[in-house]
Design a protein around this ligand. Sequence first.
Ligand code: AMO
Length: 452
Amino acid sequence: MDFYTKAGAVPIGNMRRTHFTSEISSDTVGDKVTLMGWVHILRDKGKLKFLILRDERGMCQIFIHQKRVSEDVFETAEQLKPEFAVSVDGEVVEAKQVAAGAEVVPTSIRILNTSDRLPIDVVEGKVDIDLDTRLNHRILDLRKPTINAIFRVQHALVRFSREYLEKKEFVEIHTPKIVAEATEGGANLFEIKYFDKLAYLAQSPQFYKQLMLLAGFGRVFEIAPVFRAEKHNTRRHINEYTSFDFEMSWISGVEDVMQMEENMLHYAFLKTKENLGHALETLGINLEVPEVPFKRIKYAEAIDLVNAEGKDLSITDDLDPECEQILGEIFPEKFGTDMVFITHYPLELRPAYTMPSLTDEGMTESFDLTYHGMEITTGGQRIHLYDLLVERFKAKGYNIDNFGFYLDPFKYGAPPHGGLGLGIERLTMQLLGIDNIREATLLPRDRDRITP
Ligand code: AMO
């Protein structure tokens, strides 16, 4: 009891929330309610106080009129400060002047916890704070409804993508993040000291998701952190991101993988639009559900398109962010869509495990998905033939002795297969029109940041 009082709070235990703030409306007028949340805004006009209470569903107004509430309630209201955590009992009354058409007249206000003076505002639009300062105080930053809403949309996208794959008999797997070798090439690996050995943080679940198909799972997916020691701090790169990976056996070609992805994203966008109306409205987003099938163009055509805009790229050059942006402008004009698969990348630009193309000499059965001028997915058909796989590993300059754990299982009847990796932060940022990937990352890790 004493430690509650010392903290300026009341003991908890005898209270139960009955309503969310979003339920205070003309429909609930007359109801006795208990709400719990934070003091978002307190407008103090002496005998009249307007408390805007915020919880995870929204906000409502608590109207405190000295003449209409007990002395106790009024005294407690006088102590309130921004971000105090409170419980409010009261009655819903009609209030034409507030948007919800109703407000709560309190019969009791209990302070569950006090709050220090805030280092950044939780009320939006008061002052412009730079991103770095906001990220330093990310926990408070996330309390802002428009920031919080980003991650509710992200959750919906992941949830419904997972739901789609589960309907299609994919099995969710969890593979190690401490690994012995690079999957995507050695350039951006984080080394870790693993007892007396050198190990790495996984860049991708690539090898293990493939191996699980060789282990007989048929179709697998994983949603987990991966680590990239990117040299540069850019608006589209972070050093730890959440990779949404899937991998499927018995495909007849890379087209099967692209179809699975477009249908999954179509479903996830549609369900997010249906279920996340409030969050999308908070963010001012009219979610456009892309039509299926998505447009497909070959890498060679993409190179021609950017060269026609004054670039001078050869087929083995990478499409850098600037080129992606140029394409992001061309695609809607030319094809009427922002979702475009670029296919048939050259062997030079793809990892050793990628299946070479039979139809396009020197190219691969692979793709990227670009969305509003940014790559959000990489995928492809994988090599399931042992000898070819070894040949490609050697051609990329790998010492195959180090890759026995991956290569050897391919000797025993590996099924034809393919799959992809999708960055959920990039998907979120492109869908919501966010400029910097850190905004679409709950707790970003970049070159300069490992806290909070
Ligand atoms: P790739 O390396 O292209 O492919 O990554 C796949 C997707 O992951 C996202 N991404 C990133 N997001 C944020 N910060 C980064 N530093 C970052 N790097 C990549 C992008 C990208 O499209 N194993 C293959 C996938 C596969 O073929 O299954 C892979 O990891 O959205």
